[in-house]
Design a protein around this ligand. Sequence first.
Ligand SMILES: [Mg+2]
Length: 334
Amino acid sequence: MKKIKNITTTLKSIPLDKPFITALRRVDEVRFVRVSIAFDDGSLSYGEAPATKAITGEDLDDIVASVLDVSPLLQGLHVSDAFSVLHQQNIGTSAKAALDMALYFALYSFEIKSDVKEVETDITISYNKTEVMLQDAKEAYAKGFSHLKIKFADDIEHAVSTTIQLRALLPDTTLLIDANQAWSLEESLTYIEGTKGLDLALIEQPIEAKQRDELKMITEFSSVPILADEAVFSLEDVKYVVENQCADMINIKLMKCGGITKGIEILEYARKHNVSCMLGSMLEGPLSINAALYLAFEYSDVITFIDLDSPSLYKEPSDELKFLFQGAKITPLV
Ligand SMILES: [Mg+2]
């Protein structure tokens, strides 16, 4: 079996069509680190990680530094031995994810075995003034997106009123509400009360990640499913949230859990325990989106919603994607 020869990093960026705005941040381009692993047989394998300091705590420099830190420990190892060494290291989850995906695709082919031919992604409607959000939602719907991921911030009146108007404007859409931890317990309940009967598909991470007891209270109160995102990084987090019924659903992202092998562990757990999942991503480059979509196809039985809209937000299409994006529909090219 081939051995790891060396590991290098490159910084990359892709401009966005319009700025991406959530309760936590505003960005105009996707910036990411591409990790390249060279093997002693001359082959190369790649992984990627974007900087989402607000979520994983890592900026691009942190990711590069972590990758370079662990490189000497991985050099000379067989691919299959490198995973456990990598995941024992105390580095950020995005850096781990980039290395893990490069290792994974050095070992396994990118062949999708699932019978599923097509998946559907949502699209993000950034936090903005109500009229702008309504306009963005209308445009997205006209482009073929019927699952809309609506980003709100701490203005709860704006959130309730925008949701009511959105539902009136687009009665046939699936509305996924994402507060990105911006609300208090009280505000979350106010939102749920104020949007009763609007047939929301889910409410994602209304309160701070660490407020698991409050999350459970919201979940008990709400008839709309509550999705844990920032509250679940690792399999241990997922187990806690599921076993304690803190949320109805979980959002899995490679950058939170530390890569494909860790994502698979969570998906296997979800499959075994009948936990409905969203497979999401940060704003990411094409290779890590490829990796996430690979899982989206292989685990479509437990993945209820797919939130992999990054490529639809790029200003120009990327020729590195292994999938065809046509509006909300995604099909493999391979
Ligand atoms: Mg989220």
